[in-house]
Write a protein that binds this ligand. Structure first.
Ligand code: PGA
Length: 260
C-alpha cells in the first residue's frame, strides 16, 4: 500500500479530492464509495468546492454507501443515508437517484444485505472507495475479528465504537447496536481504496494497519491484500509509524504522473 503523510486533515481532503477529480475526468460516471464519520468531511468539502468553481464535473458521478445503522426510523438525521445525502449528494448537486445504500430498516435484513452486494456488482463495482478507520481498526463497520472474506452483512458494534459514535446522538444509549456493513471482501472488490486517518487517536490503529501483520483482529490490515490501496494520514495519525521517514521520501520522490 502507499502511505502519504500530509500536514493536516485539510491537506488530506484536498489531496483525495484531487484523486477523485482525476477519476471523474477519466470516467465521468464513476461509482464513488463514500464513508461517514468526521474524518472524510474535508474530502467532501474540497470536492464540492471544485464542483462549484467548475474545476470538476461530477454531474454523472454515482455514489454508494459503505454501511448503515439498523433500526433507525427512516429519515433519521443520523442514519448514514441522511448523512451521505446531506454531506455528499446535495453539496455535489447530484440527484438522489445517483445514490445507493443498504436498507437499514428492511424487515429482512439478511436479504437487504445480499441485495446490496448484488447491486454493487450490477453497477459495475466501486471505482474508488473512501474509508475511515475506527480506533479499534475497523473499516466500514467490520469490527475486530471480522472475516477478511466477508460480504455485506449485519454486524454488532463494539462498545468502543458505540462510545466513539455517541457524539452524533443525544446519548450513547441511542446509538444502535446493529449495523449493515459492506464486508471486508466486498470492500476489497473496489478498484482503488483510499483510507484517510487524522488525529492522534488513530495512530495505533494506523500503525497496526500499515506495519502489523494482516489479521482479522485489525480489519483495516486487509488493505495490505489490495493491489491499489492508499493510506493518507496527518502527522498525528502517522506518529506511531516506524517507517514514516521512508513513506515521506517515497511520496516526495514519486513521479508526478503517477497520481495517488
Ligand atoms: P471517524 O470514524 O471518522 O468519525 O473517526 C471513522 C470510522 O469509524 O470509520
Amino acid at each position: 500500500m502507499e502511505v502519504v503523510i500530509v500536514p493536516d486533515a485539510r491537506a488530506g481532503g484536498e489531496l483525495i479530492a484531487d484523486a477523485i477529480a482525476v477519476l471523474l475526468r477519466q470516467k465521468p460516471d464513476a461509482l464513488l464509495g463514500v464513508a461517514t464519520g468526521s474524518t472524510p468531511l474535508p474530502i467532501y468539502q474540497a470536492l464540492a468546492a471544485r464542483v462549484s468553481d467548475g474545476a470538476v464535473d461530477a454531474s454523472r458521478a454515482r455514489i454508494c454507501q459503505l454501511d448503515e445503522y439498523v433500526g433507525l426510523p427512516p429519515g433519521h438525521p443520523e442514519s448514514y443515508r441522511s448523512v451521505v445525502l446531506r454531506e455528499v449528494v446535495e453539496p455535489l448537486g447530484l440527484p438522489a437517484s445517483s445514490f445507493m445504500g443498504p436498507d437499514g430498516s428492511a424487515e429482512d435484513v439478511q436479504a437487504a444485505c445480499e441485495a446490496y452486494d448484488a447491486a454493487l456488482g450490477a453497477a459495475g463495482g466501486v471505482d474508488l472507495q473512501l474509508l475511515g478507520i475506527g480506533t479499534d481498526g475497523h473499516i466500514g463497520f467490520n469490527e475486530p475479528c471480522s472475516s477478511l472474506a466477508s460480504r455485506t452483512r449485519i454486524k454488532t458494534l463494539t462498545e468502543q465504537t458505540r462510545r466513539d459514535n455517541a457524539r452524533f446522538f443525544d446519548s450513547v444509549d441511542e446509538v444502535p447496536h446493529h449495523v449493515i456493513t459492506q464486508g471486508i471482501g466486498t470492500i476489497l472488490d473496489a478498484r482503488h481504496l483510499v483510507l484517510l486517518a487524522t488525529g492522534e487517536g488513530k495512530a495505533q490503529a494506523v500503525a497496526d494497519t500499515v506495519e502489523g501483520p494482516v489479521a482479522s483482529v485489525v480489519p483495516a490490515s486487509a488493505l495490505q491484500l489490495h493491489p491499489h490501496a492508499t493510506v493518507v494520514v496527518d502527522e498525528a495519525a502517522a506518529s506511531k509509524l516506524r517507517l514514516a521517514p521512508y513513506f515521506r521520501n517515497t511520496y516526495a520522490t514519486k513521479p508526478e504522473w503517477q497520481g495517488l
